[in-house]
Write a protein that binds this ligand. Structure first.
Ligand SMILES: Cc1cc2nc3c(=O)[nH]c(=O)nc-3n(C[C@H](O)[C@H](O)[C@H](O)COP(=O)(O)O)c2cc1C
Ligand code: SF4
Length: 407
């Protein structure tokens, strides 16, 4: 397995979160390119690199950057999404704690490309220790004169999963409830107080310095044709060495788990795996065989790559309990705007709870499928369709376990 260190290069260097150590190891070197390239050229390099957003959707970053107007009529903004609340996902906090200057370097380059004079880092309120590390790094960057062209401000959220969704995040930044907005019909930037705004994930922005410094081809030298580059994949659950390890797209999933994660705990067998945070459909051990870690392979397997946060479940896992755990989360976190989601998240949680207590019926399983259908494709954001995916994948793939406990 090829070792890759596009974003994680300084993760193992002691005190790399300080400006002195980060600079000793090449931090901010890519900024020399700002003398050579105009803003459009930087966007062009990002487009050619085929960098895909690493916040879960995999949208091509360069195409999003191109939507930003460069006519200076109104201010543009960059918002870096560090809400990171998807269960199973903890990669962005690695970047912030181990190499915050990489993120700041990426922000400077991105602001230059989209002509933004201000960037906000939206971080979940509970991540206090990460905010402190980040603020120290920002203060150091100001003192070193690195932030003359753009300001960086940390904006603390109040701890809601839905505020990771980009439009809900912007509503929250505008001081309103974190409710997702209706999707526009045409492709356009996001809007922050009526100004064009680019929202990107922490890891997406932290990848920018490597690409600007080394060129699009250097990034595309990793990964697959359609999913180029690398991702900070994370592993949790029944694994010997849980953690975050960078790998190129296209890496064999089980090899990755064995190589970095040291295999399943206590010598047990793999039963199931959620590949990219709880919102992705669960996979059986059989489906994981030969599967590679890239957007296309996971989609053809009926799931998705999401954030690359893998949750590993061993042979003793009770799939009903696992599903109930996820549904409790969704029930708690639905923003409540759409009836199918508000009601569906609550009812599916209650029904699975009833089955788990031994009071379920066969009709309950049919009801869960019905609810999954009601929640799919009829809501403002993809939160409810994700519940639908989770429900259908768990029940259809582990139907025996569900049928064994209903009367
Ligand atoms: C319910 C929900 C939660 C999300 N949470 C996050 C998050 O915590 N961090 C993130 O970067 N993207 C999150 N996203 C995706 C964002 O809406 C957005 O697509 C992303 O920040 C864009 O950045 P990228 O293109 O660099 O991936 C979430 C989406 C949904 C629907
Ligand atoms: S789908 Fe759910 S989370 Fe998304 S806007 Fe509707 S109610 Fe809110």
């Amino acid at each position: 397995m090829r070792e890759c260190q596009i974003v994680s290069r300084k993760f193992h260097i002691e005190n790399a979160c300080t400006l002195r150590v980060a600079k000793e190891h090449g931090a901010y070197n890519s900024l020399v390119k700002l003398k050579e390239y105009d803003p459009q050229h930087i966007t062009q390099i990002i487009k050619e690199s085929m960098l895909r957003g690493k916040g879960g959707g995999g949208a091509p970053a360069g195409m999003k950057w191109e939507l930003m107007p460069l006519d200076d009529k109104k201010p543009n903004f960059l918002v870096v999404n560090c809400d990171e609340s998807e269960p199973g996902t903890f990669k962005d906090r690695q970047i912030i704690s181990k190499d915050p200057h990489l993120l700041i370097e990426g922000i400077i380059l991105t602001c230059y490309a989209i002509k933004a004079k201000a960037a906000y880092i939206y971080i979940r309120g509970e991540y206090k220790e990460y905010q402190e590390i980040l603020q120290n790094a920002i203060d150091e960057a100001y003192s070193a004169g690195l932030l003359k062209e753009c300001d960086i401000t940390i904006h603390r959220g109040a701890g809601a999963y839905i505020c990771g969704e980009k439009s809900a995040l912007l509503e929250s930044m505008e001081g309103k409830r974190g409710h997702p907005r209706l999707k526009p019909k045409q492709k356009e930037p996001e809007w922050f107080f009526g100004n064009a705004t680019l929202v990107n994930n922490v890891e997406t922005i932290a990848t920018v310095p490597f690409i600007v410094k080394n060129g699009a081809d250097a990034y595309r030298a990793y990964g697959t044709e359609k999913s180029p580059g690398t991702l900070l994949f994370a592993m949790s659950g029944h694994i010997n060495r849980p953690g975050v390890y960078e790998a190129e797209f296209g890496t064999n999933m089980l090899e990755y788990i064995n190589h970095y994660g040291g295999g399943i705990k206590n010598g047990k067998k793999l039963k199931a795996l959620i590949p990219g945070g709880v919102s992705c459909g669960v996979l059986t051990a059989k489906e994981c065989e030969g599967l590679t870690l890239d957007y296309e392979a996971l989609r053809s397997a009926g799931s998705s790559l999401g954030t690359g946060g893998m949750i590993v479940m061993d042979e003793d896992t009770n799939m009903l309990e696992a599903l109930k755990n996820i549904l409790e989360f969704y029930h708690e976190e639905s923003c409540g705007q759409c009836t199918p989601c508000r009601e569906g998240s609550g009812w599916s949680d209650k029904i699975v709870g009833r089955i788990l207590e031994g009071n379920g019926t066969k009709e309950d399983l049919d009801k869960l499928f019905e609810l999954a259908d009601i929640m799919n494709g009829k809501t403002i954001c993809v939160f409810a369709p994700s519940i639908s995916t989770v429900l259908v994948s768990f029940i259809s793939k582990f139907r025996d376990e569900f049928e064994a406990v209903v009367s």
